[in-house]
Write a protein that binds this ligand. Structure first.
Ligand code: DX5
Ligand code: ZN
Length: 223
């Protein structure tokens, strides 16, 4: 399993301190939410902040693009040092082209689905992906409650991946905490984004360790 703390919930005036917490907590990835105020009703940060962070850490940075026009930003994001790049299915008119653009840039390539988007839309593109991100809240904000029907989507997606003989990671994002990470792992999810359940806690390093232990004891996949 992989743990990906989301810096959206961290102290944004102290990104170096946030990186140090992720390293001390043995995070596998740093989750970096890019929002454009169009695809989602919120604004965050982009390539210059990503580049600055990537220079300070060897942890891979997992960029979740919540933007209407992913293609406009991909080169900048890839050059800035993104290790994983995820685009939304709902925002891509030409998903195959965008996916190939990310792959050509050398990053792990993923597609995100909003809660109400069925996993069946990924059937044909699945062999081109390294990961699928299942949103378990409506994107745009941290601190929202986990939407339980996403667990069924994870089981369906795990079956689709197995049926096609692939190795694709299933990342889950939104409302992941001590009560939800176990059920998510048991449903076949293997990469866990968590913001407020880590940085909203008095001891983020201890919170990372607890979440990892809970996921490890519930997981069904060998990833
Ligand atoms: C929401 C973002 C998430 C967010 C998760 O649109 O994609 O990555 O940081 O926050 P929590 O873990 O607090 O739900
Ligand atoms: Zn995210």
């Amino acid at each position: 399993m992989k743990l990906a703390p989301s810096i959206l919930a961290a102290d944004l005036a102290d990104l170096s301190g946030t990186i140090a917490l992720c390293e001390e907590g043995d995070a596998d990835l740093i989750h970096f939410d890019v929002m454009d105020g169009h695809f989602v009703p919120n604004l965050t940060f982009g390539a210059p902040v990503l580049a600055a962070m990537a220079k300070r850490t060897s942890l891979p940075i997992d960029v979740h693009l919540m933007v209407t026009e992913s293609a406009l930003y991909l080169d900048e994001i890839l050059d800035a040092g993104a290790a994983w790049v995820t685009v939304h299915w709902e925002a891509a008119n030409h998903l195959d082209r965008v996916v190939e653009h990310i792959r050509a840039g050398g990053a792990k390539t993923g597609v995100a689905l909003n809660p109400a988007t069925p996993v069946s839309v990924l059937h044909d593109i699945l062999p081109r992906l390294d990961h699928v991100l299942l949103m378990s809240v409506n994107p745009g904000f941290g601190g929202q409650g986990f939407i339980p029907y996403v667990l069924d989507k994870a089981r369906q997606l795990r079956a689709m991946i197995a049926e096609q003989g692939l190795e694709v990671a299933i990342e889950v994002d939104g409302g992941i905490g001590p009560d939800t990470i176990g059920p998510a792992a048991a449903a076949g999810m293997d990469t866990f984004v968590a913001g407020s359940a880590i940085f909203g806690q008095p001891n983020p390093v201890a919170a990372m360790r607890t979440l990892r232990d809970l996921a490890e004891t519930s997981r069904v996949t060998p990833l």
